[in-house]
Design a protein around this ligand. Structure first.
Ligand code: ADP
Ligand code: MG
Length: 688
């Protein structure tokens, strides 16, 4: 069989030379298949043709006009400006072109063109600036006044070039696109064939064609991704657990000796985790729970059980600060039970690193805590039984393999404080089992949230001073590090200076931000924990996971600059002790939207509600990129806007998986799943 045209380089297209090749490569387009699945990001609807007298400000439409006058070379600020008047049998309009010298040889009086552009009012006159145009010809009008795709582009590559390149190959190559969706399924779901969809996503004759095309492609994307995730899960479910772990008495004792009672949700989660590792299948589980619900203790118990079964454990954190915190917590709680805990972070002395490498290799260290540096270092483990990732992204099969050079691939447990609705967790974490900690420890007080504007600053400062006198500590979070970046925003450096020199000269104030070296940051965090610092001014570096029970006030400057989920995470840094805690949101922004957002923060302390509202207000793109979660990018589907299609795709995907033997029943479909998503997912997480 000859090679499919889809796999051929775009070089074979007439007009594509070395330069174009490079430009298209920037867009990720190498072969014809890439090109025809490079979907437009928007469309210009040129099908509406108006009479000139009907044009009104704000219109985006086509009109037909005959050139009646041409004025050239009026220069304003080095720009050449051309004014072209065109008319039809109803009226006349002025078109303005900037710097497009070639039009001198195009617009001859008496010639007729079809124009498309935005009608604007400039100095009281209706004009169209830089319209697109094509010479008028009656029998070609349908080709001109059509829906025109707009592609994401790159420097030097014009829309016209992309359009014509796609147009040149589309009809010739479309026959080579194989349908992978069984007809019965397509009929049932009312989906158009794949060739129809691809053709009409680029050049839809009407809006109707476009809607059908898009629906098919969006469905495909969700459906295939969901199938990929479900099939990873299925493979995992049938993989034998070659690291079965008994539930050891030491764990039960440890739980009994805790200074607090576990919540029911924690107990349930621990049961799920431990029985999972004991069962016939490997664990690949996500623990979801709001900030402060107590995920760490669950991790510790899981690790303890792993160690007592004779395996090593790994705990990964996104920052060195958090890694160090976990290291200390784990050491405090587990070393009395004879468990050796080690820390591995990026910046370590060579000798120190060597020492720990040696000890890990021979199994003298039971638990290694660290940042992702662990994965990059050549640490060879003796016998890893469990990897835990805290506040982190998914963990790929590939990565598991690199850790498991000796003794197979370990169990995996991910912990996340980003609460998301079920539909979304199915698409983001469909390959994982999920344990939900939906309960906070009982004594936990809700953090009282206040929203204030600048004029209340004096009162707030008095309040802070009072609380510090009572022995409490304070966080102040700013959107920026330096003053210079943007003038109207509070910066951490500027504010800390002001507080030290004016407002709180008598208090101990420190600054921490993302641009500082890791060990500097850790040192300051340590001093804050030890109570040497009263007020810690920072950027969002403290966002995740850090635990300082004595800190009971969180002030957030320019709160309008942060997403709701971030505000919620920040707020979760306080109220971890038994003292009443406060979150003060300072905002100058009086817009309706901002007020709505601040009200949500005041009214609810439930992370799920906050996340849901955040989604509604901002859309999924801002809420979290799929990339952040280690998922491949979606080309056309929008998890939020297309939520109904997503739900349908999930139901169908589940149904298909439940039937079993999918490979035999749907070979083409599963091949497409493999091609589009499985390979990428197995390669693993994208580190940031
Ligand atoms: P997160 O889920 O945000 O990671 P942590 O695990 O850091 O939360 O727990 C926050 C604090 O709550 C810790 O100081 C921890 O010791 C404490 N904690 C955890 N579980 C309980 C509980 N059941 N009762 C009281 N305090 C608890
Ligand atoms: Mg945590």
């Amino acid at each position: 069989m000859s090679e499919s045209i889809l796999n051929k380089s775009i070089e074979i297209i007439k007009g594509i030379g070395a330069i174009r090749l490079k430009q298209f490569r920037v867009l990720g387009i190498r072969n014809i298949g890439d090109l025809i699945t490079y979907y437009p990001r928007a469309y210009e609807d040129r099908t509406v043709i108006k009479k000139i007298s009907d044009l009104i400000e704000g219109d985006n439409c086509s009109f037909i006009g005959t050139v009646s006058s041409f004025e050239r070379d009026v220069r304003i600020r080095k720009m050449a400006l051309y004014k072209v008047k065109v008319k039809d049998n109803t009226s006349q309009i002025t078109l303005v072109f900037f710097n497009q010298h070639y039009i001198r040889n195009v617009f001859f009086v008496g010639k007729t063109f079809v124009f498309y552009g935005k009608v604007e009012k400039k100095r009281g006159m209706i004009v169209v600036e830089n319209p697109s145009f094509t010479e008028y010809s009656k029998n070609k009008l349908n080709d001109i006044a059509c829906i025109v795709p707009v592609y994401s582009s790159t420097y030097g590559l014009s829309q016209n070039v992309i359009r014509s390149t796609v147009e040149k190959v589309l009809s010739k190559s479309i026959a080579s696109v194989e349908e992978f969706m069984p007809k019965s399924l397509r009929d049932e779901l009312g989906l158009v064939p794949i060739d129809y969809a691809i053709k009409n996503i680029h050049m839809p004759k009407t809006r109707e064609y476009f809607v059908k095309a898009r629906k098919r492609l969006v469905f495909d994307e969700f459906f295939l991704l969901q199938l990929a995730l479900f099939s990873i899960k299925r493979d995992n479910d049938i993989k034998n657990n070659d690291m079965k772990m008994d539930i050891k008495d030491e764990c039960k004792e440890f739980i009994t000796n805790l200074p607090f009672n576990l919540t029911n949700a924690q107990k349930r989660t621990i049961r799920e985790v431990l029985s999972n590792m004991k069962s016939d299948k490997m664990m690949n589980r996500l623990i979801q729970g709001d900030v402060g619900c107590g995920k760490t203790i669950v991790a510790i118990i899981a690790l303890l059980n792993v160690v007592k079964n004779g395996y090593q454990g790994i705990m990964l954190a996104p920052t060195e600060i958090l890694a160090k915190q976990h290291y200390e917590t784990l050491t405090n709680m587990l070393s009395p039970l004879g468990v050796e805990v080690g820390l591995v972070v990026g910046r370590m002395k060579k000798r120190e690193k060597r020492r720990i490498q040696d000890r890990v290799m021979v199994g003298q260290v039971d638990i290694v805590v660290g940042t992702h540096a662990i994965l990059q270092e050549d640490i060879v483990f003796d016998k890893v039984g469990l990897v835990i990732t805290d506040e982190q992204h998914r963990f790929g099969v590939q990565q598991r393999a690199t850790l498991g050079k000796k003794g197979g691939t370990p169990h995996v447990l991910a912990m996340s404080a980003t609460p998301i609705p079920r539909t979304l967790s199915l698409i983001l974490y469909g390959d994982l089992d999920i344990s939900l900690i939906d309960e906070l420890p009982p004594e936990r007080k809700t953090v009282k949230t206040l929203v204030i504007s600048d004029d209340k600053r004096e009162r707030m400062n008095n309040f802070i001073r009072e609380k510090v006198k009572e022995g409490r500590q304070v966080y102040i979070v700013c959107p920026l590090v330096d003053d210079s970046e943007k003038q109207d925003l509070e910066s951490a450096k500027g504010l800390s200076k002001r507080l030290m020199e004016h407002d709180f000269r008598d208090l101990s104030i420190a600054l921490i931000h993302g641009k500082m070296r890791a060990n500097e940051k850790s040192e300051i965090m340590q001093r804050f924990k030890d109570g040497d610092i009263d007020i810690l001014v920072s950027t969002t570096v403290i966002e995740v996971g850090v635990n300082v029970p004595n800190a009971s006030i969180m002030v957030i400057e320019n709160a309008e600059r942060f997403g709701l989920s971030t505000l919620h995470q920040l707020r979760g840094r306080v109220g971890r002790g038994d003292k009443e805690a406060f979150c003060v949101l300072i905002t100058q922004n009086g817009s309706c939207d901002n007020k709505k957002r601040m009200d949500i923060m005041k009214e609810t302390s439930d992370g799920f509600v906050v996340a849901q509202k955040d989604l509604e207000l901002r859309g999924i793109g801002d809420f979290f990129g799929t990339r952040q979660h280690g998922l491949p990018d979606l080309k056309i589907a929008d998890i939020y806007k297309d939520i109904e299609i997503l739900k349908k795709a999930q139901i169908v995907a589940q149904k298909i998986m439940d039937q079993g033997s999918v490979m035999d029943k749907y070979p083409k479909l599963m091949e497409e799943v493999q091609k589009r998503f499985l390979r990428k997912l197995n390669e693993g997480i994208i580190l940031n």
